[in-house]
Each structure stands twice: as structure tokens, then as C-alpha cells.
Write a protein that binds this ligand. Structure first.
Ligand code: GRF
Length: 203
């Protein structure tokens, strides 16, 4: 399967997807064919370039509306003949139009155990709530933010002296295992999304 990855920043999740897809022994069944960033000069673009993956910067500020930006991203994905789109720290909310075009082929990684702590500042929310366990979730993307059927999750213990930064660092380590695992499930068609937004698992 041909994969497009959308990023906005450091791209450590992108790196985990690059490493996993390039390691044939993992059988992810996918190849990253384009990395698109809405921001220029981010580390994620450098990571893709280093791995010889084509990149494209599509600055959202150059578009008059969210929809026009999304359609520019859509066109770039189509041009690269992408089958599956991974959101790896892509900090833009996608329109319903875009989500519908890619439904069942669009996955995201979120740094909390959904459905808890949606949105930005998931770690801050977890620390404020006083939970002792958090984690990360890879899920199919729906129009509602951080909703959508769950593909894979992993838990992380919260330590008593954790800050947002230390927690983010430890959760990212598990994100880097969970996201490639979720991509493999979709790329190898072990799962698909039905019309009701439920995951169907192949036995
Ligand atoms: C990750 O914590 C991810 O869960 C969230 O944004 C962050 C991206 O980090 N959606 P990176 O760019 O992959 O390092």
C-alpha cells in the first residue's frame, strides 16, 4: 500500500513509520510515498529527505479557507497515488469533506487513552485529572476530533513527579510502537471500517 504522512513538527512518529515500513521483516505491507507538512523548515521534513522520501510543504496560511487547504492536500495525495493517510502530529483540524474522501483510509495517533483527554494538551488534562495511567491511541479519523474507531492502544504509568514534558516523552516511546502496528492492521487489511464507523476484524 502507498502511504502519505501528514506532519507539522518534529516527526518522531513519522520516523517510527519510516523505520517500520523500511524494515521488511516487520511485514507492514506499506511504503511511504510522500510526506506533507503545513509548516516549512520542520524537523519531520528533514527526516523524510534523509530517507529519500518525496516531501511537499503546503502552508495553510496560503489558503483562504480550511476547505481550499484541505483540497490542496487531497490533490497532492492523489497525485502521489496514496492509499492510506497517516496523521503524525499534524496540527490542523481536517474538514468533513476531506475526512469523507479518506474515510477508512485515514489514521491518527493521539497521546492519551481515548475516549479520555481528547484535543490538544492531552498530557496536561491527564495530570490535572490525577489519573495514574495514560497512554496513546491509534484510531481511524472521523469528522469529530479524536473520535473514530480504535485500532491500537498502549498504557503508560504516570509517575508522581511527572511533568507534561516527561510524560510526553514516555508516551511518545509507546506511540512509536503503536502507530506502525495500527498502520500494519490497515495496510494488510486485517481490519476495515464499516459504514457505521465500526471496525471489522478479520479472524
Ligand atoms: C505526538 O504526541 C502525537 O501523539 C500528537 O502530536 C505529537 C507529534 O509528535 N498527535 P512528533 O512530531 O511525531 O514527534
Amino acid at each position: 500500500k502507498r502511504v502519505g504522512v501528514l506532519i507539522s513538527g518534529s516527526g518522531t512518529n513519522l520516523q517510527s513509520l519510516i523505520d517500520a515500513t523500511m524494515d521488511r521483516s516487520q511485514g507492514i505491507g506499506a511504503e511511504i510515498v510522500i510526506v506533507i507538512s503545513n509548516k516549512a523548515g520542520v524537523q519531520g521534513i528533514e527526516r523524510a529527505t534523509r530517507a529519500n522520501i518525496p516531501t511537499k510543504v503546503i502552508p495553510h496560511t496560503a489558503y483562504g479557507s480550511r476547505l481550499e487547504f484541505d483540497m490542496a492536500v487531497h490533490a497532492a495525495l492523489e497525485e502521489a497515488r496514496v492509499d492510506i493517510v497517516c496523521l503524525a502530529g499534524f496540527m490542523r483540524v481536517l474538514t468533513g469533506e476531506f475526512v469523507r474522501l479518506w474515510r477508512g483510509r485515514l489514521i491518527n495517533i493521539h497521546p492519551a487513552l481515548l475516549p479520555l483527554f481528547k484535543g490538544t494538551h492531552a498530557h496536561r488534562q491527564a495530570l490535572q485529572a490525577g489519573v495514574r495511567v495514560t497512554g496513546c491511541t491509534a484510531h481511524f479519523v472521523e469528522e469529530d476530533i479524536d473520535a473514530g474507531a480504535i485500532l491500537a492502544q498502549e498504557a503508560v504509568q504516570i509517575e508522581i513527579d511527572d511533568t507534561e514534558e516527561t510524560l510526553q516523552e514516555r508516551v511518545k516511546l509507546v506511540e512509536h510502537k503503536v502507530f506502525p502496528k495500527a498502520l500494519k492492521l490497515v495496510a494488510t487489511e486485517q481490519v476495515h471500517l464499516d459504514e457505521n464507523g465500526k471496525i471489522v476484524w478479520k479472524h
